[in-house]
Write a protein that binds this ligand. Structure first.
Ligand SMILES: *Cc1c(COP(=O)(O)O)cnc(C)c1O
Length: 471
C-alpha cells in the first residue's frame, strides 16, 4: 500500500464529521428516506478489493449485495482496472454518431458471439446479431421498447402499439421502463403520467423440481389475452428465469417457451430484460438460453462491464434489424441515441469481462458456489421459524421473512423485520445485505469464494436472532 493512500485516508478520517454532514444534506441517495438515513453515521466507502469494501473509518464490509446486483469479479479486479487504464490512456470518449471506435466494434462482436455460444443447442441458429449501446439498464429497456414500436410501424402493423408485461415485474426507472414495470409502490405516484400496458401473472416456482399447478391457469389466461389483443400488441417484455426487484421470484419452468410460442403465433416480439439475469447471474451468460428460448430483443446492463462502469446494451435479431433498412428520406433508421452510447472506457471493461468469463470459467464458479449457498442456507437459515421458502436461481437469492402470523408476501412497505435482520448483519458482522420489502436478498459478486459464503450465511443466521421472541 502506498504512503499516498495512507495519508489520503488519514485526511478523510479526520474529516469524517464534515463529510458525513455533506452526505446527509448535499447528496441525495436513491430509494432512500433521507431523514431516516441522516439519523445514522453513514458508511462512506473509500476503496474496494474483491468482495470487500473499505470505508473511510477503515472498516471492512462484505459486499453481499454486489453493489446493487452488478458485481461480477468483486471490486477493482486488476485485469479490469488495467483494461480501463489502458483505454483511458488512448481514448476516453468518442461517439458512435457519424464515426465508430475500436472498442465498440470489438465488443459488439464479442457480445454476438457470446449469445451464439449460449444458444448453440437451439433448434435454429441465433440471429441476435445487432448490438445497440446505451448507458444503463433502464435505457436498454427504453431502447428495446422503442425498437419494437418502430419495427411494428415500419412493417405496416401500425395498430401494434401496446405492450404485455407481468405482475411484479421491474424494468427500470425511466418512463417507458416504469410503464412496463408493475411494482405498485415504485410507480403509483407517477401512474397518471405512465402509458397503459396489459399485465399477466408471472407464475412463480420456488422449488426447481416441483412445478406449481397454477401455471396452467396462468398459461390459459395468457394465451386468451394474447389472442384477444393479437393485432394490438407490439411486444411482450419479461424478466426471464427470475424477477429480481420484486424479491427474487423464480419463473415457472417452461413458461418462457409458452410465451414465445404465442408471440410467434400472433406476430408479437419477445423482449427479454436480462439486465439483472445476464452475464451468469443465474448460470448461463444469457438466462433465456436456460430453456433455449431465443427472444427477438435482449436487454443487458448491470454485470456487463463486470459491474465496474455503466453500460446498457440492446441486442436485436436479423428480422428486427431488417425493418430499419431503407433510404434516408424514408426515415426508417432507428430514432434513438445517447451522447455516451458505447463509451470506450465502458467497452474496454466489458470486453475484458467477457474474455475473463471464459478464461476463469465463471459459469462453473457460479454453479459450484450456488450449490454451496443452497446447502448452507438450508442448514443454517431455513429452519428459523420466521424464514419462508428460500428462493434461489444461481447467485440470485431471496429469503422471505414471514410476519408473526406466518404470511410471506407482505409487500415493499412491510420491511421492518427484514430490515432489522439486515441492520444487525451490518452492525455486528459488517455484511451488507439489502431488504426488498420483507425479502432479504443476497446477490454477491459472481466470483465469490466459499469462505465468503460462510461469512454471509453465518452473519444471516446470527442476525435472524433479532426476530426471536425474547431478544
Ligand atoms: C436493475 C434493472 C433495470 C434497470 O437498470 P438500471 O441500470 O438501474 O437503470 C432494468 N431491468 C431489470 C430486470 C433490472 O434488474
Amino acid at each position: 500500500m502506498s504512503d499516498n493512500r495512507i495519508s489520503s485516508r488519514n485526511v478523510a478520517l479526520r474529516d469524517f464529521p464534515r463529510l458525513a454532514e455533506i452526505d446527509r444534506t448535499n447528496l441525495w441517495h436513491p430509494y432512500t428516506q433521507m431523514r431516516e438515513y441522516a439519523q445514522q453515521d453513514p458508511i462512506i466507502i473509500e476503496r474496494g478489493e474483491g468482495p470487500y469494501l473499505y470505508d473511510i473509518r477503515r472498516r471492512r464490509f462484505l459486499d453481499a449485495f454486489g453493489s446493487m446486483w452488478c458485481s461480477v469479479w468483486g471490486h477493482n479486479h486488476p485485469e479490469i482496472v488495467k483494461a480501463i487504464q489502458t483505454q483511458a490512456a488512448t481514448l476516453c470518449h468518442s461517439s458512435l454518431f457519424s464515426v465508430s471506435h475500436l472498442g465498440a466494434v470489438e465488443l459488439s462482436h464479442q457480445i454476438v458471439e457470446a449469445i451464439r455460444e449460449d444458444f448453440r443447442f437451439a433448434d435454429d441458429p441465433t440471429t441476435l446479431n445487432h448490438v445497440f449501446f446505451s448507458d444503463n439498464g433502464s435505457t436498454a429497456v427504453e431502447v428495446a421498447m422503442k425498437m419494437a414500436l418502430q419495427y411494428q410501424n415500419q412493417i405496416g402493423q401500425i395498430a401494434r402499439t401496446h405492450f404485455l408485461t407481468f405482475y411484479d415485474g421491474y424494468h427500470g426507472d425511466t418512463f417507458g421502463a416504469m410503464s412496463a414495470s408493475s411494482i405498485d409502490v415504485f410507480r403509483q405516484k407517477f401512474a397518471p403520467s405512465l402509458f397503459k400496458v396489459t399485465n399477466q401473472s408471472y407464475p412463480m416456482q420456488v422449488d426447481p423440481d416441483e412445478k406449481p399447478d397454477n401455471w396452467r391457469m396462468a398459461d390459459r389466461n395468457l394465451e386468451a389475452t394474447m389472442a384477444g389483443m393479437s393485432n394490438k400488441l407490439a411486444a411482450v417484455i419479461i424478466e426471464p428465469v427470475v424477477q429480481g426487484a420484486s424479491g427474487m421470484r423464480p419463473l415457472c419452468e417452461d413458461y418462457l417457451g409458452r410465451i414465445k410460442k404465442y408471440c410467434r403465433e400472433y406476430g408479437i416480439l419477445l423482449i427479454t430484460d436480462e439486465v439483472f439475469t445476464g452475464f451468469c447471474r443465474t448460470g448461463p451468460m444469457i438466462a433465456s438460453s436456460t430453456e433455449m428460448v431465443e427472444p427477438d430483443i435482449i436487454c443487458l446492463g448491470k454485470g456487463i462491464t463486470g459491474g465496474e462502469l455503466p453500460m446498457g446494451v440492446t441486442v436485436a435479431s436479423d428480422q428486427v434489424w431488417q425493418a430499419f433498412q431503407g433510404e434516408w428520406t424514408e426515415l426508417r433508421h432507428f430514432l434513438h441515441g445517447h451522447t455516451f452510447s458505447g463509451n470506450p472506457l465502458a467497452c474496454a471493461a466489458a470486453s475484458r469481462n467477457l474474455q475473463m468469463i471464459n478464461e476463469y470459467k465463471l459459469k462453473e464458479n457460479v454453479k459450484a458456489r450456488s450449490r454451496e449457498f443452497n446447502y448452507a442456507l438450508r442448514r443454517e437459515v431455513a429452519k428459523h421459524p420466521r424464514v419462508g421458502a428460500i428462493r434461489q436461481r444461481g447467485l440470485a437469492i431471496g429469503i422471505p421473512i414471514k410476519d408473526a402470523k406466518g404470511a410471506e408476501d407482505a409487500g415493499y412497505l412491510a420491511r421492518a423485520d427484514a430490515n432489522r435482520v439486515c441492520a444487525s448483519a451490518l452492525a455486528n458482522h459488517r455484511v451488507i445485505l439489502r431488504p426488498l420489502g420483507n425479502v432479504i436478498t443476497i446477490v454477491p459478486p459472481l466470483a465469490i469464494e466459499t469462505e465468503h459464503i460462510e461469512e454471509i450465511v453465518h452473519a444471516l443466521e446470527d442476525s435472524l436472532k433479532v426476530l426471536d421472541p425474547k431478544s
